[in-house]
Design a protein around this ligand. Structure first.
Ligand code: UTP
Length: 275
């Protein structure tokens, strides 16, 4: 039903400097797999086999990762090492990868608008691959959101409860509870301080968006630090139509920060790697 997923991967990843000086943040491995591959696997599992990447300068390694490396394939063909390529071969068999470049890093909203040419006029998923989401033994977060989209046919944001002293890092929603873990969004604030936050329900890096978001983004002025905020556009969409917020099942690691990345690495090594 939703066939395409957008991956904004153009950001600078300054919190990981110097590692990200010449290497994309999205290629940092959690154990032995780059962050972006976890996101792509989640999208494919949810039925979104077309992965549309919004890249930028210095991000070539991402395009190369989702392509065949003939020399390597030839070198290890027929050896015991082929097993190490299994997961990426599987992704390449199932997925199609399209790319567009964001020339100026003008924020997440601008990155999504840049992806319009790859998406067209249909609902689509969005994965911020520095949020690693894992739901062992159950559906991935995007698959859970697709099931909800079937019912509500509107934009959906994934949310998580966070401690009050962390709300300033996120977009935060206020919403009318519809049923267990599901809210109809009434307002949204980007990076509020503790006193202004309407709740402790923070938006994380998984979305399903209806394509009218592109027109709204086109009309959205740059907000704080000259960036076009997706939160501002979603707020307009919530006011004129409907946006749902969904408290997903599973765990999420903030791999855009060093502590979250280390936590994810330990978790994956202990619970998933080699299992
Ligand atoms: P972040 O806020 O995490 O920024 O962007 P960043 O540049 O990746 O990392 P820091 O804060 O400098 O360490 C959230 C997501 O939006 C993408 C990023 O790649 C990331 O997936 N993004 C952000 C873009 O694609 N383009 C932009 O202009 C901004």
């Amino acid at each position: 039903m939703i066939k395409k997923c957008l991956f904004p991967v153009a950001g600078y990843g300054t919190r990981f400097l110097p590692a990200t000086k010449s290497m994309p943040k999205e290629m940092l491995p959690v154990v032995n797999k780059p962050l972006v591959q976890y996101g792509v696997e989640e999208a494919i599992e949810a039925g979104m086999a077309t992965c549309a990447m919004v890249t930028g300068r210095g991000k070539r390694a991402i395009a190369d990762h989702f392509d065949i490396n003939y020399e390597l394939e030839h070198q290890i063909q027929g050896t015991g090492k082929e097993v190490y390529l299994e997961s990426i071969r599987n992704v390449l068999d199932k997925g199609t990868f399209t790319m567009v470049r964001q020339r100026e890093m003008r924020g997440l909203g601008h990155a999504i608008l840049t992806g319009e040419s790859l998406i067209g006029n249909e609902p689509f998923g969005v994965v911020l691959s520095d949020d690693l989401c894992i739901n062992p033994g159950g559906d991935g977060v995007l698959a859970q959101m697709v099931a909800l989209y079937r019912q509500f046919r509107c934009s959906i944001v994934a949310i998580q409860e966070v401690p009050a002293d962390e709300v300033h890092k996120y977009g935060v929603i206020a919403g009318e509870p519809m049923k267990e873990g599901l809210y109809r969004v009434e307002s949204m604030v980007e990076k509020p301080n503790k006193e202004e936050a309407p709740s402790n329900l923070a938006i994380i890096g998984r979305y399903i968006l209806t394509p009218d978001i592109f027109d709204i983004l086109r009309e959205t002025d740059a907000g704080a630090n000259g960036e076009i905020q997706l939160t501002d556009a979603l707020m307009k969409q919530a006011q004129s139509g409907c946006v749902m917020a969904y408290k997903f099942k599973g765990r999420r690691f903030d791999c855009g920060s060093v502590p979250g990345f280390v936590e994810a690495t330990n978790y994956v090594f202990e619970n998933i790697y080699g299992a």
